[in-house]
Design a protein around this ligand. Sequence first.
Ligand SMILES: [Zn+2]
Length: 279
Amino acid sequence: MPELPEVETIKSQLEKLIVDKQILKVDVGLAKMVKLPLAKFRKIVIGSKIKKISRRAKILIFKLSNGWSILVHLKMSGRLIFRKKGAKLQIEDTKWNHLIYYFKDGSRLFHNDLRQFGYVKLIKTDELDDFFKKEKLGPEPLKKDFSLIDFSAILKQKSKAKIKQFLIDQQNISGIGNIYSDEILFFAGVHPLRRVADLKPEESKKIFDGIKKILPKALRLRGTSDNDYLDALGNKGEYAIQLKVYGREGEKCKKCRGIIHRVKIGGRSAHFCSKCQKI
Ligand SMILES: [Zn+2]
């Protein structure tokens, strides 16, 4: 699933590509992706201009010139791929395509999704704050004002949780999913099944440091393409070769040469090194 580094990559790429462009037409191939009647969606979107692009947690927000915003959640396997006028289409542009935005200058934005869990919503821009309040999303970890004190306070509220589950719960911290929670815990030397209440202060600090180190690094490399993810230009992210544990079950630990294990936690998998990460 695209996590914070992947969604933020798409956001900053699209900022340079589609802001101030007018939407002339929208093709919707899969109606269930759009969480409102299609006629209403078309009526509001067609003719409007994209004024601003932002991100909250893993959700992209396209602010339109008419007071509405398009919200896009890529969920498991969504992609947004931009192609300029006359560009020769690649297989990834049309494969699993469900929505195409046509801009006035002849460029297009393809919204593709293999597993079809993603969604498109329309929210009035001045109601966005209320919308996100209701989603009860935790703080943005890359914001400078997200501090160790904030992090420790949230840990205290969820002391019964296992740390892996704590990290991927969007109500605790926004934007961390399966990949980066594994990598953060490896960095911190903390076993994914550890209870939050049992963490020593220095371990909490190491996890916090891991968040602040790994997410920006993954962002600089335009995210991780371990399976479906592509950035807004249709390119793979380059963080996959940096992965220490995620997706490496049975392989050797890059630090101690031990074996990477995988354990199931509440329907998710956690990857870890049992030598480097203390239970
Ligand atoms: Zn190890």
